[in-house]
Design a protein around this ligand. Structure first.
Ligand code: 5U1
Length: 812
């Protein structure tokens, strides 16, 4: 007879515990694996706490697969060795980064299988090669009982406690899963999790916490977390997992699963709750492997995690068995590597480069290193703060990264105390050079270099007196998007400038009168057949001289927007140049614009207005402009695309008169549809003194506004009472609070803020729960960490500019 256990917890407790576990497993899977949260965090926490309380009251109900057991084990002295039930294989690596890498594999498979050219293509599965560390997860009767590293393939280390902390790894499997199941896959760290972790580490180091360090890359951080003896610390290192294979599994004859293909096996792993990458694809023959390699290669930088190549596997499990192994490597699989994106090299010097607008950029000069498919000798350090934060010094061994088309950058310095697996540093910490400081004068012209309040950049104050700024300003004017002066490369421009033929952009138009033919561009060593070496002078040939002159002549009729863009005014990109051309119709009118008028232009804010006013107020620029106007063919009046009307309401919104809100502005426009109507009424003394209208009248009567209105009249611009313009933001960004942090490359931080406002968003200086969006460039620090802490969306500069452009305020 069954005797009830008097000490057993009441049945309803056991039932509730089971219910809670099932619900928590289900929601954790939706959250971590399917990325489709279905329960508010607070509700999940409530269920979790209820389970914890029940387990605390009834410890006999605790099981190793309980969600509460993910964290909480004791620190270990060392990891126990684990002999794998089935060896963990390694994979043959193909380092030829051309299509031949895939073609050779297919040819080998066909040869091994005895296929001829007339046989059909071999079916394969292609997968990303995740850059993490291999892991074997053993489940018995649906419960995770052991997680082990690969070790030497035969024996690994038991890291179950740490692996339990990974939310994506199921602790319990559905009943359909086999009684014994070993899942092999990769533990890795997502890039955003890595950035947050490193930011936290930096803060600890800054606070003086002993023994803390930052991690070199996500793989090192993941490996460090898995091999962390204290599971409580491991739990703070956010890890992820992708499954890609099997170890021991209950055999078919004992009721285990049967799969015909690798792909089918992966689908089953997915149905049992394991994360399987969406990027895994089936394909036929070499051509589809090559296409996969190329497709994943182009996506590589935008994935949320690092990969270092792709893996090709014969899909049919029967063919896999037929192909077998060579030593520890299966013949049916190969890893096809991508070019390395990160490499070690040495810093030879830190130079400071001067940009077109005078921005000083520290650049690390590097011992040449092949990275991301090209030889890199320079890497940007962005600005002084960034160079000092990374503490890059001459002589240091550094990790250089080149991802896609992005400018190469120094990721970090490898100090002697860092992980030895990163390579051996060349110098000891005590012998390092001095910390970088930005020079206080321009390294090219010697003018003062200043850093304005709130700005990350130092700027040379030399303007066009600075030859570096001058050459780049000339090159910008000649560029394809501006005046398109074909044939004028940087070297020619620099030489003509050095020789005194090019000082301002107007000088291009005088070159036709200069003895261009035979002009010496450079000296080059030349070796004769007999081995004798002489210096050869490279001169401008007749046909090139003709081409240069012709392209300058042709540029006299370029549209106004390109001339304005070509002037290289700070914050005036192609889109703003186009808006200015549409509004003013001529350079002469643009040069006379006041702040009042500029602020009436769509998509133009105070930062750009200030920059335009400053440019056109400088004597030197006035002279260049008048020279240039003499050269450019009088442009036919622009008929199309001119701005023909402005909203009076928009004008009122730019006035920012105290206590005159949108409502009063609308009432004013209803009574006076144009500024002229209001001015007329004011002049006739019909406005009530102290009223909103009379205050507006006073402002519009000021000298600046009179000048502004005279200009809009001259330009033939009429006034509308359109009330949609002011409230009409409909973009993704409208109404959002945005924080911009880190270095931006394409636009200045001020301009980025201005664009946010033009898109109807607000910008803030610090991140709080009220922040909607954080735009983070390289070097983003605690603000990025805060954003991640609060779960706020973080985007990079490229994505931000994309959103601004769909909001219609940016298309430079
Ligand atoms: N995606 C993937 N990575 N990876 C690594 N599949 C895969 N398979 C491996 C390894 C070491 O080994 C099997 C071919 C045994």
């Amino acid at each position: 007879m069954h005797t009830p256990d008097l000490f057993a917890p009441p049945l309803d407790h056991a039932k509730r515990v089971a219910e809670l576990r099932q619900a928590l497993h289900h929601h954790a899977h939706l959250y971590h694996v399917l990325d489709a949260p279905s329960l508010p965090d607070a509700e999940y926490d409530r269920l979790f706490k209820e389970l914890q309380a029940l387990e605390a009251a009834h410890p006999e109900l605790i099981t190793p697969d309980s969600p509460t057991q993910r964290v909480g084990g004791r620190p270990l002295d060392k990891f126990a060795p684990v002999r794998h039930a089935m060896p963990m294989l390694s994979i043959r690596t193909e380092t030829d980064t051309t299509p031949a890498g895939a073609e050779n594999f297919d040819a080998r498979i066909r040869r091994e299988l005895g296929l001829t050219d007339t046989d059909p293509p071999v079916p394969y599965v292609a997968e990303p090669k995740f850059d993490g560390l291999a892991m074997s997860l053993r489940y018995e009767h649906g419960v995770l009982v052991q997680a082990a590293t690969r070790g030497d393939g035969e024996t690994g280390e038991e890291v179950t406690q740490n692996i339990r902390t990974i939310g994506q790894i199921p602790l319990r499997l559905p009943d359909a899963a086999p009684a014994v199941l070993e899942v092999r896959g990769e533990v890795y760290m997502r890039r955003d999790d890595f950035e947050t972790l490193n930011e936290r580490q930096r803060q600890k180091i800054a606070a003086g916490v002993k023994g803390e360090k930052t991690f070199v890359n996500p793989r090192n951080a993941a490996a460090g977390a898995v091999r962390q003896l204290d599971p409580a610390i491991a739990a703070q290192r956010p890890l992820s997992f992708f499954a890609y294979g099997l170890g021991e599994v209950t055999p078919a004859e004992s009721g285990g699963p049967t799969f015909a293909t690798h792909f089918e096996m992966l689908q089953n792993l997915k149905s049992w709750g394991f994360p399987v990458s969406e990027l895994v694809k089936q394909g036929q023959g070499a051509s589809e492997l090559v296409a996969y390699y190329n497709a994943i290669g182009t996506q590589r930088d935008s994935l949320g995690f690092d990969i270092d190549g792709v893996v090709y596997k014969v899909d049919s499990l029967a063919l896999q068995r037929q192909l077998g192994f060579v030593t520890r490597e299966p013949r049916w699989a190969v890893a096809h590597k991508f070019p390395a994106q990160e490499m070690l090299t040495t810093v030879l010097a830190i130079d400071v480069q001067v940009g077109r607008t005078g921005k000083l950029t520290p650049v690390a000069k590097l011992a040449p290193v092949f990275v991301g498919g090209v030889t890199v000798t320079n890497a940007t350090l962005h600005n002084e703060d960034e160079a000092r934060r990374k503490d890059v010094r001459v002589g240091d061994t550094v990790i250089v990264r080149r991802a896609g088309d992005v400018i190469p950058e120094v990721v970090s310095v490898v100090l002697p105390s860092d992980d030895a697996s990163c390579g051996s540093p060349t110098i000891a910490a005590s012998e390092r050079g001095a910390m970088f400081t930005m020079p206080k004068t321009c390294p090219v012209c010697g003018s003062a270099a200043v850093r304005e309040e709130g700005e990350a950049d130092y700027r040379c104050t030399g303007g066009l007196f600075c030859s570096a700024q001058r050459t780049q300003a000339l090159a910008h004017f000649a560029s394809r998007q501006a005046m398109d002066l074909d044939g004028f490369g940087d070297e020619y421009i620099e030489r003509f400038a050095q020789f005194g033929w090019l000082t301002t952009v107007a000088d291009f138009y005088q070159l036709k009168d200069k003895p261009l033919v035979g002009f010496v561009i450079r000296e080059e060593p030349f070796t004769y057949k007999d081995g004798d070496t002489k210096t050869k002078l490279v001169r401008v040939q007749e046909d090139l001289a003709a081409k240069l002159v012709a392209s300058v002549e042709e540029s006299r009729t370029r549209p106004l927007r390109r001339v304005i863009f070509g002037l290289g005014i700070r914050h005036v990109g192609e889109a703003t140049a186009k808006d200015l051309a549409r509004f003013f119709g001529s350079l002469t009118e643009l040069a006379q614009a006041t702040a009042e008028v500029l602020l009436l232009i769509d998509n133009l804010g105070e930062v750009t207005a200030k920059s335009l006013l400053s440019f056109f107020s400088q004597e030197h620029n006035k002279e260049v402009l008048s020279d240039l106007l003499r050269e450019l063919s009088p442009l036919p009046p622009m008929q199309t695309e001119r701005v023909v009307s402005l909203s009076f309401l928009k004008l009122l919104s730019t006035l920012a008169i105290k206590k005159v809100g949108t409502k009063s502005q609308k009432l004013v426009v209803e009574a006076f549809p144009t500024p002229h109507a209001l001015l007329e009424a004011g002049k006739r003394n019909t406005l009530q003194s102290g009223s909103v209208e009379s205050r507006i009248f006073e402002v519009l009567s000021s000298e600046n506004w009179q000048k502004a209105l005279a200009q809009t009249d001259r330009l033939g611009i009429s006034w509308s009472d359109d009330s949609e313009v002011v409230d009409g933001h409909s973009s993704l960004l409208a109404g959002k609070t945005i924080v911009i942090t880190g270095t931006l490359d394409k636009v200045s931080r001020d301009r980025a803020k201005e664009l946010a406002e033009l898109a109807g968003a607000k910008t803030a200086g610090s991140v709080s729960r009220k922040t909607d969006l954080v735009v983070a460039g390289p070097g983003a620090g605690s603000k990025l960490a805060d954003a991640q802490k609060f779960g706020i969306e973080v985007i990079d500069e490229a994505e931000y500019l994309k959103r601004l452009s769909s909001a219609g305020v940016f298309n430079d």
